[in-house]
Write a protein that binds this ligand. Structure first.
Ligand SMILES: Cc1cc2nc3c(=O)[nH]c(=O)nc-3n(C[C@H](O)[C@H](O)[C@H](O)COP(=O)(O)OP(=O)(O)OC[C@H]3O[C@@H](n4cnc5c(N)ncnc54)[C@H](O)[C@@H]3O)c2cc1C
Length: 380
């Protein structure tokens, strides 16, 4: 990706993350995927390097930097392993960011600071069997009883759930009020009434475990509510700006990994007397992947720069997320095609990229939800 307009600080940060990823993540990514295990040691490692605190203010234990830094980190992590990047993204851009924007000082000291050090791991528990693209159908209840809330219900498809210490849970505190009745709660691992199910097996992101979380009369101190009652989710939608940009950067990084692998294969693989990279179809396909990824990256950087400048960014973040995730899916499919049968084999990174990419179109607002938001921003 063209990095000419990055500041020296951004470029140095990107290079440092890249070196780390190439040494500590990329060589192990296939093994972690096949074994379906997450390298948990990365959390304290990245915490010590200060990278989990990227784009978080120093006052809460963050490392400073902005959305551009965060996008650079996401892209580099995803280039090494999309599953590793997914775990870090949920931990930082969703769980930790909710604590930053909605948490009070005590909550930030107790939960956010150790999360940014990588000592506690976070998850973001929104989705349910009946609540996916339509947020207003969240059925998990939060009933106030004195100085506590009682949570009942079940969350599904929750990334990091099998090892999360801090769960940020979306629950209906005013049932029937749709989004205007949703609050956020911090639930600690081990709280009576919380049960985490067995890891759910899935198409891709093998190294990133997900599970169901069941709340059965789970009592949470009122002090663990994040933000005002019935306002938490609406506010989160407004302030969790890193999410869509992170997701877009993620798509660019994963697409770039697919492009790198396909180009390497095309340079080496000889058919009809020459490297397949010399055949026009192969050259043109690689050129088109590179072009679309560059466009996706520039949209992503643009949205990240708007955030850093304090300008409205909603439409651009949706455009970046929509375009980058769909480009990533297309690029991973084309890259697998160019890698032939070798790419289809279980140990090949190309098939891993192809299995990993699709979720980017589903999470953080599906492509249809992004299109809807973009259309609304056009006044239609
Ligand atoms: C690998 C993975 C990790 C995940 N991790 C988490 C996590 O950590 N935390 C969490 O809370 N959730 C997580 N999820 C779930 C994610 O939040 C949901 O996938 C997402 O909210 C979409 O919901 P759904 O999958 O139920 O799709 P559905 O709501 O069932 O939608 C199905 C299809 O219908 C389309 N659709 C729905 N409504 C409309 C409409 N009005 N107009 C046009 N099209 C529409 C959607 O775009 C989609 O294509 C994860 C999912 C995956 C696959």
């Amino acid at each position: 990706m063209n990095d000419a307009l990055l500041t020296d600080d951004q470029r140095q940060f990107r290079d440092a993350v890249r070196v780390f990823v190439e040494r500590e993540i990329t060589p192990h990514a296939t093994r972690w995927d096949l074994a379906e295990t997450y390298p948990l040691e990365l959390f304290p490692q990245l915490g010590k390097l200060g990278w989990l605190g990227t784009a978080f203010p120093e006052g809460v234990g963050g490392a400073g930097g902005g959305a551009v830094h965060y996008a650079l980190m996401c892209a580099e992590l995803a280039r090494g392993s999309a599953a590793v990047a997914l775990g870090i993204y949920v931990h930082t851009a969703l769980a930790a960011a909710a604590l930053l924007h909605l948490g009070d000082e005590a909550q930030q000291r107790r939960f956010l600071a150790p999360m940014l050090r990588g000592e506690k791991i976070g998850c973001w528990a929104y989705a349910e069997a009946g609540a996916g693209a339509d947020v207003s159908t969240v059925a998990t209840r939060a009933r106030r009883e004195g100085e506590e809330y009682v949570l009942d219900g079940a969350k599904l498809y929750i990334t990091n759930a099998p090892f999360a210490d801090v769960m940020v849970v979306v629950a209906a505190s005013a049932p029937g009020q749709g989004m205007k009745g949703l609050s956020l709660f911090i639930v600690e691992r081990g709280t009576p009434g919380v049960a985490v199910g067995a890891p759910i097996r899935k198409l891709g992101m093998g190294a990133s475990p997900m599970a169901e979380i069941v709340f059965d009369g789970c009592r949470v101190p009122a002090a663990n509510r994040l933000g005002a009652e019935n306002q938490g989710f609406l506010r989160a939608l407004k302030v969790l700006s890193l999410g869509r940009v992170a997701s877009a950067a993620f798509g660019v990084g994963l697409g770039q990994a697919a492009l790198d692998a396909a180009a390497a294969y095309a340079r080496e693989r000889v058919q009809f007397g020459q490297a397949i990279a010399k055949h026009q179809f192969v050259r043109f396909t690689l050129a088109e992947i590179a072009t679309r990824l560059e466009a996706a990256w520039q949209l992503t950087l643009h949205a990240a720069r708007l955030i850093d400048a304090g300008s409205p960014f909603d439409r651009e973040a949706s455009m970046a997320k929509l375009f980058a995730s769909e480009t990533c899916t297309w690029a991973c499919e084309r890259a697998l095609h160019l890698s032939g049968a070798q790419g289809y084999m279980r140990e090949s990174p190309a098939q891993r990229f192809y299995r990993d990419c699709k979720v980017l179109e589903l999470g953080e607002g599906t492509s249809e939800i992004q299109r809807e938001m973009i259309a609304r921003s056009l006044g239609i």
